[in-house]
Design a protein around this ligand. Structure first.
Ligand SMILES: *Cc1c(COP(=O)(O)O)cnc(C)c1O
Length: 454
């Protein structure tokens, strides 16, 4: 056994005081957001009616490598950060692998995921702008919970449009949000024009993330003193999530370990982007090399089977267009249980890094993901979120490859959250009734055909 502890903790003083903006080091910048009306790149002030001003500036800033984290946000981070970097000795032993496995655990707060890192930042800038409140969507519920916590802390109103299927499947998530003072509405609702239109067009629909986004944007722009905030995909969210990677790198440096492989699950790409940012920065500056893998569900395979084109970010087509790996904004994935990974598109930063072959991607099926989740829960003790378990699956697969080859690779993966609210999914897995859905090429092609043409 090596002398590396089970948990590598940083001290409170070592929590990052600046976010790292990987765009500053990218030679090929992520493509700009485009105004769907004019076909021209969005100007920063065109975004102001929808988003908070400081966040718009962060969204557009492709040049500044380090951005100071305001003191109030640093103080909030101290309540639940630094998050531990864990050496998965028990998993290594169970797999009988020579690989060294590390995970950065972001589930150690009530929202149960990394999303709080950006929620507090976005709520802070809304408050600083003097707004009354914010609106948002939530799929699985983690983002809505995180934002409710941040808004409660800062005394902001919080309105959450929750995808109807989750609203019904996860009543306790909803109650956590309400406990933190949020107003939670199942989407599609009858409260917005877009919600009414979608309900009319698709009677009985259980909703989608893209549809809830449209409703939340409409709610923000139709109420005085409100703006819309988004929990993933945007450049600003990846920026805030860079605390994950900065801490992970500092902890590894502290014990003199260099990762060979970095693995993260990818829904909209924010935790992955945050985890890999400082490492990709080194790659871009020619200082080091890493093997980076984005893991997505086989039922919603934006990177592995989508196209890199301009597309709408939401079903109602009210948001700007983003160039990203997408399955088409009308793609409604089969109801798999990793709700946080069911978005049709992907962060423009991650998309560009993938297109430039700086990172690779893999898709995995739901049942194999839950096999990995079960093993991880039994040997490492933590009950993982289904989303996070995508990364666990690939970390296990890679560690088993090392067993074949005898390589002592250092594998780092992001354990983004806990799965206490995902018991319907675990129940199906335990009952043996879970199924795998993989879309056909025809289904994906039909959805992609609906992307706007440029
Ligand atoms: C939201 C979520 C994800 C996926 O979102 P990204 O923006 O891709 O990081 C992954 N894991 C958990 C636990 C989540 O809540």
């Amino acid at each position: 056994m090596s002398d590396i502890p089970y948990k590598v903790y940083l001290s409170e003083k070592e929590i990052p005081t600046q976010w790292y903006n990987v765009r500053a080091d990218m030679k090929n910048k992520p493509a700009p957001l485009v105004n769907p009306g004019t076909g021209e790149p969005m100007k920063v002030d065109e975004l102001f009616p929808v988003f908070c001003e400081e966040l718009c500036r962060q969204e557009m800033d492709n040049e500044t490598p380090y951005i100071d984290i305001p003191q109030e946000i640093q103080d909030f981070y101290k309540m639940y950060r630094p998050s531990p970097l864990v050496r998965a000795y028990c998993l290594e032993k169970a797999l009988d692998t020579p690989a060294h496995i590390y995970y950065k655990f972001e589930g150690n707060n009530t929202s149960g995921s990394h999303k709080l890192n950006s929620a507090i930042a976005q709520a802070y800038y809304a408050k600083k702008q003097g707004l009354k409140g914010v609106t948002t969507e939530t799929g699985a519920g983690q983002w809505g919970t995180a934002l409710s916590m941040a808004c409660a802390y800062l005394g902001l109103d919080c309105q959450v449009y929750m995808v109807k299927v989750s609203y019904e499947q996860k009543p306790f998530r909803r109650e956590v949000m309400r406990t933190y003072g949020a107003k939670v509405t199942p989407s599609p609702s009858m409260e917005t024009n877009i919600g009414r239109a979608i309900n009319e067009q698709y009677p009985g629909t259980t909703g989608s993330l893209g549809c809830a986004i449209s409703e939340a944007v409409e709610a923000a722009t139709s109420q005085e003193g409100y703006r819309y905030v988004l929990g993933s995909v945007l450049n600003q969210v990846l920026l805030h999530q860079s605390v994950i990677g900065l801490e992970a790198k500092a902890a590894l440096d502290k014990v003199g370990v260099k990762a060979d492989m970095i693995i993260g699950c990818a829904g909209g790409g924010s935790n992955l982007g945050g985890l890999i940012s400082p490492f990709v920065g080194q790659m871009l500056r020619g200082e080091a090399d890493y093997d980076i893998i984005a893991v997505e569900p086989a039922s919603c395979p934006s990177l592995t089977r989508g196209s890199y084109v301009y597309d709408f970010c939401d079903t109602g087509k009210v948001c700007p267009l983003a160039k990203m790996y997408t399955l088409g904004s009308g793609y409604i994935p089969a109801p798999n249980h990793a709700g946080g990974l069911r978005y049709h598109g992907m962060s423009p930063v991650i998309s560009q890094l993938y297109d430039d072959k700086l990172i690779s991607a893999r898709s995995v099926k739901q049942t194999e993901v839950f096999e990995a989740a079960e093993m991880f829960a039994r040997v490492e003790g933590i009950l993982p979120a289904p989303e996070s378990s995508h990364a666990i699956r690939v970390a296990i697969d890679e560690a088993l490859k090392c067993k074949e080859t005898g390589e002592e690779k250092n594998i780092l993966f992001g354990l983004t959250g806990t799965g206490y609210f995902d018991m319907v999914a675990y129940q199906q897995y335990n009952d043996g009734t879970m199924s795998d859905y993989v879309p056909t090429d025809e289904e994906i092609a039909a959805s992609l055909a609906q992307c706007p043409k440029f």
